[in-house]
Design a protein around this ligand. Structure first.
Ligand code: HEM
Length: 510
């Protein structure tokens, strides 16, 4: 067993540089430019036989820490420049310059692919009684497009997102009441509260399911809501580490077992909800369920297994991404009094009474608040960049990048470089506002917090809308101060705040 692993894993590294140069894209370029250089000529860390650049990630020996991939990216950028190659088990290219990032995304690929969630794909494909595919996050090729094109209509249209404003507003009002009752102090971490808020929000939008996660019974670690939040976190936590190797194919490593256990729980909850709903729809002739699930059930050409896969993907993808993004936005606004004052003044005009309903008109007129979310996502995106698996040879900056190279666009580092943005480390929402004197023309491929193109985040509009509604309710009701020190993050696939979200909420009188 171990022999097979060593053969598969290490031979892959040794054999990496041997690729063919026979695609039309390359021939065309080479006709005009005979000086196209090889992939191995791209600057990058020393590459050893058998281990490639994997030694860089070894505990104690290596100078890269998988929990701080942004630091590794910084080191790479400073040492090697805008294009950096690596071989940590796969042929990997880091792209830092926005023009080059644009060139990567402008490739006309029918089915843009990512090499991620490999262990999860393995887990799901070994459970054909539950899943047809690895789901949206891990599947590539025509099968990915089959699921994506079928499910995305209901997710992605702005018109559809607007249907949920009222439901989300009602949940956030209850959330505000709950945090008032709890008298949250700055000694507590606000993140678990946000996890509960977004579980409730996604439960209603996606499944018409109330997890009732603000109730005292649900605070128990063994309750359904506590276990869903934990399982979603644990499903995501190990993905990057598991993607770095394949030992788990042969030995069920502790990290793989955690992934499998958490997937099993999300599956169980999804199936329970799905069966309950199917039963309900069968018995009720008329219902006004406008959840995503109600629309999924009416889709032609999908079965229960497709729906289960997408439900588990939703539970995995919705909670931490939105909670962390909201945490960082609260952190920036709570530290920048001037910005928070502008947010409040904008809200006071749009919502003269505290209990004014949030509408799509209010959200679209809350220009300053929306630019705060944009600016916070520039500084603290949940993902350090976007991953793509190249499907044809391309030439980038004079180097041949062969098919099957894993590309990581390093947007987070680029977003913090002065050559691309003024005062990059300052939180300055005005830079995004056209009629502000601080408006900047920013490269459209610099900040891509939701990815790009047909493979970008399927729930972008919903996520942005939900974050805006939460911030509207919180800043309309409270003056919020940051009580912690400078907030950093750990790169666990989704960049997690590295310390408690320590906030002081003072109710506003106006
Ligand atoms: C602030 C919140 C969120 C951020 C920043 C975010 C970001 C991202 C990013 C960067 C990707 C990869 C895009 C690419 O490769 O081009 C992605 C994919 C995805 N996201 Fe989100 N996301 C968020 C919220 C959500 C929510 C709420 C859901 C579900 C309800 C969701 C579901 C997904 C799914 C299913 C994919 C895979 C799409 C595919 O491969 O076709 N995300 N997201």
């Amino acid at each position: 067993m171990l022999k097979t692993f060593i053969k598969e894993h290490f031979l892959k590294i040794v054999c990496l540089p041997k690729y063919s140069l026979n695609t039309r894209a390359v021939d065309k370029n080479m006709e005009h430019n005979s000086s196209v250089r090889n992939f191995e000529d791209i600057p990058g860390p020393k590459n050893y036989p058998l281990i490639g650049t994997l030694y860089k990630y070894l505990p104690f020996l290596g100078d890269y820490d998988v929990d701080a991939m942004d630091k590794a990216a910084w080191l790479n950028w400073r040492k090697y420049g805008g294009l950096v190659r690596e071989f940590p088990g796969v042929r990997l290219l880091h792209v830092f310059e926005p023009d080059l990032i644009e060139a990567v995304f402008r490739q006309k690929e029918r089915y843009p692919a990512r090499r991620s969630h490999i262990a999860m794909l393995h887990y799901r494909l070994n459970k054909p009684e539950v899943y047809n595919t690895g789901g949206l996050l891990s599947t590539n090729g025509p099968e990915w497009w089959r699921i994506r094109s079928t499910f995305q209509k209901n997710f992605s249209s702005p018109h559809n997102a607007k249907h949920y404003i009222n439901d989300v507003d009602n949940i956030t009002r209850k959330f505000v009441e709950w945090i008032k009752e709890c008298k949250i102090s700055s000694k507590e971490d606000f993140l678990p509260y946000l996890n509960r808020l977004y579980l409730e929000v996604i439960g209603v939008i996606a499944f018409n399911e109330h997890f009732e996660s603000f109730t005292s019974q649900e605070q128990d670690p063994e309750s359904r809501s506590s276990k869903v939040i934990k399982a979603a976190f644990e499903s995501n936590k190990g993905i990057m580490k598991l993607d770095k190797g394949t030992l788990w194919k042969y030995l069920k490593t502790p990290l793989y077992r955690t992934l499998a256990r958490s997937q099993e729980y999300l599956e169980k909850v999804s199936l329970d909800i799905l069966l309950k709903r199917l039963n309900f729809y069968e018995n009720e002739k008329e219902n006004n369920d406008k959840s995503l699930l109600a629309s999924f059930i009416l889709l032609p050409n999908v079965d229960i297994k497709d729906i289960t896969g997408v439900m588990v993907d939703i539970l995995m993808a919705a909670i931490d991404t939105t909670s962390y993004t909201t945490s960082f936005a609260l952190y920036h606004l709570a530290r920048n009094e001037g910005c928070q004052k502008k947010v409040f003044e904008e809200l006071l005009l749009l919502m003269p009474e505290k209990d004014t309903e949030v509408t799509s008109d209010i959200i679209s007129k809350a220009v300053y608040l929306r630019s705060c979310v944009k600016e916070s996502l520039r500084l603290n995106p949940v993902s350090i960049g976007v991953g793509r698996l190249l499907q044809q040879d391309i030439v980038l900056k004079g180097y041949l990048i062969p098919k099957d190279t894993v590309i990581v666009t390093q947007n987070m580092v680029a977003c913090r470089l002065p050559q691309y943005i003024k005062d990059p480390l300052l939180f300055k929402p005005e830079r995004w506002i056209r009629d502000s004197d601080q408006y900047e023309v920013i490269h459209p491929f610099l900040s891509l917090p939701f990815g790009f193109g047909p493979r970008s985040c399927i729930a972008r509009r919903l996520a942005e809308q939900n974050i805006c509604i939460t911030l509207i309710r919180l800043f309309r009701d409270f003056d919020i101060k940051w009580k912690g020190s400078d907030l950093g993050f750990k790169t666990l696939l989704i960049n997690k705040p590295d310390q408690p979200i320590s906030l002081c909420f003072t109710p506003r009188n106006l």
